[in-house]
Design a protein around this ligand. Structure first.
Ligand code: URA
Length: 241
């Protein structure tokens, strides 16, 4: 498979893609002994790539599942200096989160350096199931639950079919706890879905992604995925209904 030179360099863990582009333009990169300065040059696994005279290898792939605490950013770095999900994992590899959980959302997030798996998991056509538990202000009605399941308009577009069930209604505090199962990953999707039917989300936790759960993981804990689990993730294509 052909890939862009700067992407292969970045995936080796040598540097970021932007830095790799600079190195290519500065004439610091050779492919099979020839200096290459054209960005986007296509290379394959068979090509020998050197940066500053050093051969680079494809980095081994790693996969983690983290129970993200509240107050942590789902990003590789943060310009405000806040703690990120990557800071919580001890690794020398250049990992990043698959999708995002909001700063105040807790729960399951996958981190990896495998771009192919990332694309697979976030592509809407693969319909990967995500289970959320939302604590909302107000006592939710059956009609509103039905509306969530049928799809509501957020950012001008209807959400896909979902499943929703009431876990708890608390008249005293005027709050409800709802389990919501969705297959998309739009920006702030769960909060916006509840907003669309008139409820404010007070607390949000992602309980699972596909078959992965938080079992055995306390807040801030993480574990590596097994090869079997990674293969099972790739096999997770769900039908649209
Ligand atoms: N939906 C949200 O609104 N926030 C999250 O963090 C995840 C899903």
């Amino acid at each position: 498979m052909e890939e862009r030179l700067q992407k292969v360099i970045a995936q080796s863990g040598y540097t970021s893609r932007r830095k790799a582009e600079e190195l290519i333009q500065q004439g610091k990169v050779t492919v099979n002994g020839e200096v290459v300065t054209v960005l986007g040059t296509k290379v394959t696994k068979k090509d020998t790539i050197c940066v500053n005279g050093k051969i680079i290898n494809k980095e081994d792939k790693v996969y983690y599942v983290l129970n993200k605490p509240r107050g942590v950013v789902s990003a590789v770095s943060d310009d405000k200096g806040r703690k990120t999900v990557v800071d919580l994992i001890k690794t020398t590899k250049r990992i990043y989160p698959v999708g995002r959980l909001d700063y105040d959302t807790t729960g399951l997030i996958i981190l990896t350096n495998d771009g192919e798996l990332t694309n697979f998991l976030i592509h809407p056509k693969n319909n990967i199931e995500k289970v959320y538990i939302a604590k909302i202000k107000g006592l939710i009605t059956k009609e509103h639950l039905k509306a969530l399941c049928g799809g509501v308009i957020i950012d001008g577009k209807k959400t896909g079919k979902a499943k929703a069930k009431i876990i708890r209604l608390d008249k005293k505090t005027n709050t409800s706890v709802v389990e919501l199962i969705i297959h998309e990953g739009r920006n702030h999707q769960v909060k916006k879905m509840f907003e669309a039917i008139g409820y404010n989300v007070l607390k949000l936790k992602r309980e699972s992604v596909a078959f992965l759960t938080l079992d055995g993981l306390k807040s801030g804990d993480y574990r590596e995925l097994s090869i079997k689990e990674v293969k099972m993730l790739y096999a997770q294509k769900n039908s649209q209904d």
